[in-house]
Design a protein around this ligand. Structure first.
Ligand code: IPE
Ligand code: IPE
Ligand code: MG
Ligand code: MG
Length: 323
């Protein structure tokens, strides 16, 4: 697996460092605390999977490097800003193995830093010079925010599986979709190339988030960089829990969790162990594999080149990853 991940990241390594530079450009002009916060966030790393997808897709379709790099930086900045606000909303103190901004600062300072990064992301999107791209950028941010609001006011009525898919589209797949579609339209005006790349982003994004939710249950805490089983502890129902519910609708711990009753840590640990050993993890991974396969199928009509092969590897990596 390491060999696979290395190859497709390797293909865009130079441009990824240009993306890092674009994200940092503009530092020194503003409040030193804003600069320090942005530096802390960017230095904490992250897999850079979204900009990698955008770079590969843009280069595959012949987009100008400068514009693709700008787009990739815009997308990663948008991702970073959503994480800043999300960690504040979720009260998360650890990300990428490091303290979050809200673990160190007041909510006010954290919100404003997030706003600042959103604005910087929008500025980068504008610098691509594509009005259609800016429209997609704004639409995606609206989708992400609407997903977060929906989760805040969530109700347990209705189809849990359906609301799970809607929520992972909003929080993750929508941004991957933007990466695929926007990169494609920088390279071509042919809608029959743009559409499959939008769908590629969508399918990879859905697979990526399902695997993220699986890693929350079954991953390695140090590799994942945040406390395990935090979703269920926050009362968040993800795909492994949906599968488990379909197999064991009568589990009393789960019934109480779904009624929003308080579960003590013993009951939670018991439920987590039951979900882990039920086969729900494996079923969830199979689903992620189907999304990744659909993503690969979207590449069938793309040019036969290294970037296309890189995207194929990226789709496989989303389901094989352990971090
Ligand atoms: C974390 O995304 C938030 C989700 C939408 C799952 P990533 O797993 O891509 O986070 P980094 O950027 O690599 O840390
Ligand atoms: C984070 O969502 C993704 C966005 C805010 C877009 P989550 O709250 O589900 O993910 P983690 O667990 O904090 O990464
Ligand atoms: Mg959240
Ligand atoms: Mg969160």
């Amino acid at each position: 697996m390491l060999a696979t991940t290395a190859t497709f990241f390797e293909l865009v390594r130079d441009r990824l460092s240009q993306v890092e530079a674009r994200m940092r450009a503009g530092s020194g002009k503003h409040h030193p605390n804003t600069d320090a916060a942005i530096e802390h966030l960017l230095a904490s790393g992250g897999k850079r999977i979204r900009p990698t997808l955008a770079l590969l897709a843009g280069e595959m379709l012949g987009a100008e490097t400068e514009r693709t790099v700008t787009l990739a930086a815009s997308i990663e900045m948008l991702h970073t800003a959503t994480l800043v606000h999300d960690d504040l909303i979720d009260g998360s103190l650890l990300r990428r193995g490091l303290p979050t901004l809200n673990a160190q600062w007041t909510p006010g300072a954290t919100v404003l830093t997030g706003d600042y990064i959103f604005a910087r992301a929008a500025q980068l999107a504008a610098q691509t010079g594509s009005l259609r791209l800016m429209e997609l950028f704004a639409q995606t941010l609206m989708t992400i925010v609407n997903g977060e609001i929906t989760q805040l006011f969530r109700s347990r009525r209705g189809d849990l599986r359906q609301s799970y898919y809607q929520s992972i589209y909003a929080k993750t797949a929508s941004l991957f979709e933007l990466a695929g579609e926007a990169a494609a339209l920088l390279g071509t005006s042919a809608e029959d190339s743009i559409r499959p790349m939008k769908d590629f982003g969508y399918q990879v994004g859905m697979a990526f988030q399902i695997v993220d939710d699986v890693l929350d249950f079954a991953g390695n805490q140090e590799q994942v960089g945040k406390p395990l089983a935090s979703d269920l502890r926050q009362g968040l129902v993800t795909l492994p829990t949906v599968h488990y519910l379909e197999m064991h609708p009568e589990d009393p711990d789960l019934v109480r969790l779904l009624e929003d009753a308080h579960l003590d840590s013993q009951a939670l640990d018991r439920l987590i162990a039951s979900i882990r050993s039920s086969g729900a993890i494996e079923r969830s991974l199979e689903e992620a594999g189907r999304y990744a396969a659909a993503a690969e199928a979207d590449l069938a009509t793309m040019p036969d080149c290294r970037e296309t092969e890189g995207l194929r590897q990226l789709a496989r990596y989303t389901v094989q990853r352990s971090t």
